[in-house]
Write a protein that binds this ligand. Structure first.
Ligand SMILES: C=C(O[C@H]1C=CC=C(C(=O)O)[C@@H]1O)C(=O)O
Length: 402
């Protein structure tokens, strides 16, 4: 049986998110905090023994926890699973302690919570290796885009997503939790996350893209998201006009999702879209796919689709292999956990994995921001650079609010 722990003493008022985050950081425990799109509840999980594997774990049989996976799993970083030794909900303000969680560490953690009451969450984990954090300038990025366009026109591939990083000094009064709070307000329809893992690093993100979800009603969902333009001035999608380039770019992602269903011989999906959706300061084209697992006998669909989908044509390209090769050869940096995926697994509301986009990694006094753009034969190198500038705004806006 799981134990629920409230605050000791008379007032049973529970714990604040600040306490939980401060407690985990001060005890150097691995932590994930998230809010699902269009929800108010913030959840957290603390893991005393994060597990790293190169394989994508089986979602259906996994214990409750949080997955944090890089873009390429045979690179320097592995897939990290944070088994939820302790769970927290901002609605109940209670902790739920896993019966298998080591008692000594649970006690140390709950003691740290009491002390953390008035403390600001201060120090976050930073990665041991910072070698790959070199900025690409406009010239090198656009040169790589031009090379990609040539390669696409020569029919070596149809599409490739090229990305870059941009570093920004952290404001002197930057606070991890305040930044998370600002993201909750600014991006209500995004998956907002904070992941802090000792030895690995600290990431904040507001992702617009579901990779795989299987909710508590056994409904499987994925999306094909691509095509980008700045949000119209009236803040609505009503007057959005899409060029042929974006329509084709999104169509390729859609085709890729359909090819994954086909590989599994699954025909009973519903498909709605493409529709224009808002993601922060941007609009995208999105097609929604759904499978009702109560009607279709496919219990491992979540894991099977995850293994086929990642990395999708929205972050890698089409066909996958030459696009990945092009990225590794020409992007000029290690994407690390950017364009990987992350999210809760087997929580009370199911499994919800999102693509790690519109994100930043925190170093001690700098943030490393990531953004990419889908390149097709019709791409203009300067426009793709502009698009990455717009995407970087999602996190820059948060930093500018300090
Ligand atoms: C690769 C990113 O976005 C992807 C998701 C939506 C639209 C995209 C695009 O228009 O290129 C990208 O495929 C990113 O935000 O870094």
């Amino acid at each position: 049986m799981e134990q629920a722990a409230g605050i000791a003493g008379e007032s049973m008022q529970g714990y604040t998110l600040e306490q939980v985050v401060s407690g985990a950081l001060s005890q150097q425990q691995a932590l994930a905090v998230w809010r699902l799109p269009l929800q108010t509840e913030v959840q957290a999980c603390i893991s005393f023994a994060p597990q790293t594997t190169s394989a994508i774990p089986e979602l259906e049989t996994s214990p409750t926890g949080f997955l944090f996976c890089p873009f390429v799993t045979d690179g320097a970083e592995g897939n990290i699973f944070l088994k939820a030794d302790i769970r927290y909900s901002s609605l109940t303000k209670q902790l739920t302690i896993d019966p298998d969680a080591p008692a000594t560490q649970v006690n140390l953690f709950t003691e740290a919570l009491a002390q953390a009451e008035n403390e600001k969450p201060g120090i976050w984990p930073i990665p041991a290796n910072r070698a790959h954090h070199s900025n690409r300038n406009q010239e090198t990025f656009t040169a790589a885009v031009s090379l990609a366009v040539d390669s696409i026109r020569a029919e070596s591939m149809e599409k490739v997503v090229l990305s870059r990083i941009s570093t920004s000094a952290l404001p002197t009064d930057f606070s991890l939790l305040k930044a998370f709070g600002k993201m909750l307000v600014a991006y209500p329809n995004a998956f907002v996350s904070l992941v802090a893992i000792p030895g690995v690093g600290t990431w904040l993100g507001a992702s617009p893209e579901i990779l795989v979800s299987v909710d508590q009603h056994e409904v499987f969902k994925t999306v094909a998201l691509a095509g980008t333009q700045p949000l119209c001035e009236d803040g609505s999608t009503a007057n959005a006009i899409w060029r042929q380039k974006e329509i084709e770019e999104q169509g390729m992602v859609e085709r890729y999702v359909l090819s994954c269903f086909k590989k599994l011989r699954l025909r009973e999906y519903s498909e709605v879209g493409p529709r224009t959706v808002i993601a922060g300061n941007l609009m995208h084209l999105r097609t929604d796919f759904k499978v009702d697992l109560k009607e279709v006998d496919f219990p491992t669909l979540g894991t099977d689709m995850l293994r086929l989908l990642h990395p999708t044509s929205a972050v890698c390209g089409l066909p996958k292999e030459p696009a990945l090769r092009f990225i590794l050869d020409h992007e000029g940096y290690d994407r690390s956990y950017y364009s990987g995926f992350l999210g809760p697994v087997n929580s009370e509301v199911g499994t919800h994995l999102f693509v790690n986009l519109r994100c930043m990694q925190l170093l001690s006094d700098q943030a490393v921001l990531y953004a990419g753009a889908g390149i097709t034969g019709e791409s203009s190198a300067d426009k793709e650079w502009q698009e990455t500038q717009h995407k970087l705004q999602t996190m820059l806006r948060i930093l500018s609010e300090f």
